[in-house]
Design a protein around this ligand. Sequence first.
Ligand SMILES: Nc1nc2c(ncn2[C@@H]2O[C@H](COP(=O)(O)OP(=O)(O)OP(=O)(O)O)[C@@H](O)[C@H]2O)c(=O)[nH]1
Ligand SMILES: [Mg+2]
Length: 286
Amino acid sequence: MSAQYLSGQRRNVEAVVSKILVVIPTYNERLALPVTLSGLFENQPEVDVLVVDDGSPDGTGEWVDEQMQGDPRLHVLHRSEKSGLGMAYLAGFEWALERDYEIICEFDADGSHRPLDLGQLLEVAESGDADLVIGSRWVPGGAIVDWPRSRFLLSRGANLYVNTVMGLGVRDATAGYRAYSRRVLETLDLSDVQSQGYCFQIDMTYRTVEAGFAVAEVPIVFVERELGESKMSGSIISEAFTKVAGWGLARRTKQARELFGRIAVRKATDVNGSNGDRNGAPATHQ
Ligand SMILES: Nc1nc2c(ncn2[C@@H]2O[C@H](COP(=O)(O)OP(=O)(O)OP(=O)(O)O)[C@@H](O)[C@H]2O)c(=O)[nH]1
Ligand SMILES: [Mg+2]
């Protein structure tokens, strides 16, 4: 199913029934995480948060340990070493699926994702109109604040590349602000996902679309981080470039096969249909 653009309303917390987990991967986010967490709980006090920390040398994980004492909504997964955004999210998803969360969100610690936009994503996720809701920078109403031109071009270029090569019909396939319904994560073979950097987001989008789930994009305002350091690197960019080329080839080949298969069946139906008429027997084909 193709993606659609939806502009959600502020969520009516009174009507909430879903159990929601926001997964936040962290590596050296000791400066940014406190601001992010307080913003999140202020805007959506009923959500739970799981921080997946890869042994941050700056003490992010230990800080979460302390905060958890006074707040049952806050949880942490400590992992021994930095092994990429993708692996951190997969560990978080596994943790969520072992519990009774119905909507599982992705959220960056670095201040780029505004907590006040989460209501829109949850509104659409809870409506059941989509199984994956993406907070999109590249649909009408979406925006980016304070990004240097190089980052703007990288994100825009990456999404144009993904759309041209793979044709997923998603404007912001690299976005890391998301809400998945539980059944997406239960259905996909997560043990097969190997992507590390923001390629993980493209990988998950691809699998979600291919599995036939509905994807919606709601506009968000993305803000450049003010605290801490970016983990973007050349290897993260080249991982995405190479993998997208392979996925694009596989997807286009599959689409071509399906198209030729449909044409072949239609031709066989036409031939057998006229035979069937002549013979007075129903047409069959294998
Ligand atoms: N657990 C874990 N978290 C990570 C890892 N790499 C990045 N993160 C977290 O993933 C989120 C996004 O990472 P960023 O460094 O902001 O990377 P980005 O958003 O792709 O790049 P920028 O736009 O430059 O900020 C942040 O919360 C990071 O702390 C990792 O290897 N392990
Ligand atoms: Mg970031």
